[in-house]
Design a protein around this ligand. Structure first.
Ligand code: LMR
Length: 406
């Protein structure tokens, strides 16, 4: 009965956002949720999204009918090209990809988890990086997939624990599922180099592991769409069978519109097309029972841009605006801390990439920053770089300096 339902804790990230909103201090700084802000700390509607919206609003043919179960085909096909590197990707040319539009990246990870829970042979153990996006743990647990961790972040270097990661990949039972962040790792901002990706691929191949890529920041990390999908492209070139969860929340600024995609790529084989069509049929059943069919608006916006070369070029420009501002904030924060002579080294602020920086601040320091300086960041010391701007970066650096010295 109802009394037996225990109280669950509030979601840490959304709880943080609520606490920030309730804070009335004029100097408060929001470095919590990973959402882009402009230099005035305001959400930014991408100019290209405004244009696409205008085009859609003036389309007399547009209606509110159901989308097909797999979503809008003009969207999912371009989404696949985007992550796989264009129509010349071997997987696309050989028709070894199937794509389902999802409720953003979370929905894509969930659909993938559900699919693997049902069809992946063997023990179905999923290895997540330590640390990873907090939601990964509960998405996989909710479909009863057992979770394990691989080392990822080195506290000493504040960079990649590459040896630890490789040893864990090597030590995992054959044919484990390994979740990999395609670029701009959340929460650390630390990515393997291409050379390291090649070694990771070789280690995974040796153990017949299954790659599950989560890609939430393509184009947002470096400003270059083809650079940010290099790991995925490499694995596909190597003939891996893999899945990809793809979000358009960050790179289109379509957070609340929930535009995303789930892709399955099978390996090159004579019967690959027959395999992919069976997989598509099963995904359709799962999708129908979960959400029936995906929401239209965000996917229509993205599709409009992805299918129009001129708008696409404008989108790339908008991506460079976002990634460029974040990179300049990394430089500013590091140089302010170095100017202040803040104890410790701060090169990791500029070495890390994407939306986040894993500062190395302890939970006690994070809590002190919240109490004393009204700075809101997650307890693991992650900051959303997009929350910094030319008006608050010095304030933040001084607050960090103080707390580190205490
Ligand atoms: C984040 O990690 O801040 C974002 O990916 C938002 C979310 O849904 O957790």
């Amino acid at each position: 009965t109802a009394e037996l339902v225990p109280q669950a804790p509030e979601d840490a990230l959304f709880g943080l956002a609520r606490a920030y909103r309730a804070d009335e201090d004029p100097n408060k700084v929001d470095l919590g949720i990973g959402a882009y802000r402009d230099d005035s700390a305001k959400p930014w509607v991408l100019p290209v999204v405004k244009k696409a919206d205008e085009i859609l609003r003036n389309d007399p043919e547009l209606n509110h009918e159901y989308a097909p179960i797999a979503g809008i085909a003009s969207f999912t096909s371009k989404a696949a090209e985007l992550i796989l590197g264009g129509p010349d990707s071997p997987a696309i040319k050989e028709k070894r990809v199937t794509s389902m539009q999802t409720i953003s990246g979370t929905g894509a990870v969930h659909l993938g988890a559900l699919f693997l829970a049902k069809f992946f042979p063997g023990t179905k153990k999923v290895y997540l990086s330590n640390p990873t996006w907090a939601n990964h743990n509960q998405i996989f647990s909710n479909v009863s997939l057992p979770i394990a961790q691989y080392p990822y972040f080195s506290k000493e270097t504040k960079g990649l624990d590459f040896e630890g990661m490789k040893a864990a990949i090597h030590g995992a039972p054959d044919r484990s599922i390994i979740l990999l962040h395609a670029c701009a790792h959340n929460p650390t901002g630390v990515d393997p180099t291409l050379e390291q990706w090649k070694e990771i691929a070789a280690a995974m191949r040796a153990k017949d592991h299954f790659p599950f890529f989560d890609c939430a920041y393509q184009g947002f990390a470096s400003g270059d769409l083809m650079k940010d999908n290099a790991a995925v492209r490499y694995f596909v070139e190597q003939g891996f069978e893999l899945v990809i969860a793809q979000s358009f929340a960050k790179n289109f600024g379509l957070y609340g519109e929930r535009a995303g995609c789930f892709h399955v790529v099978t390996g090159p084989a004579p019967d690959a097309q027959a395999t992919i069509s069976r997989i598509a049929s099963q995904l359709a059943i799962l999708q129908r029972s979960e959400i029936s069919n995906p929401p239209l608006y965000g996917a229509r916006i993205a599709s409009t841009v992805l299918n129009d070369p001129k708008l696409f070029a404008e989108w790339e420009e908008n991506l460079r605006t976002m990634s460029g501002r974040i990179i300049s904030m990394r430089t500013a924060l590091r140089s302010k801390l170095e100017e202040l002579g803040t104890p410790g080294s701060w090169n990791h602020i500029t070495d890390q990439i994407g939306m986040f920086s894993f500062t190395g601040l302890t939970e006690a320091q994070v809590m002190k920053l919240r109490e004393d300086a009204h700075v809101y960041m997650t307890k693991n010391g992650r900051i959303s770089m997009a929350g910094l701007n030319t008006r608050n970066v010095e304030y933040f650096a001084k607050a960090v300096d103080k707390v580190v010295r205490e």
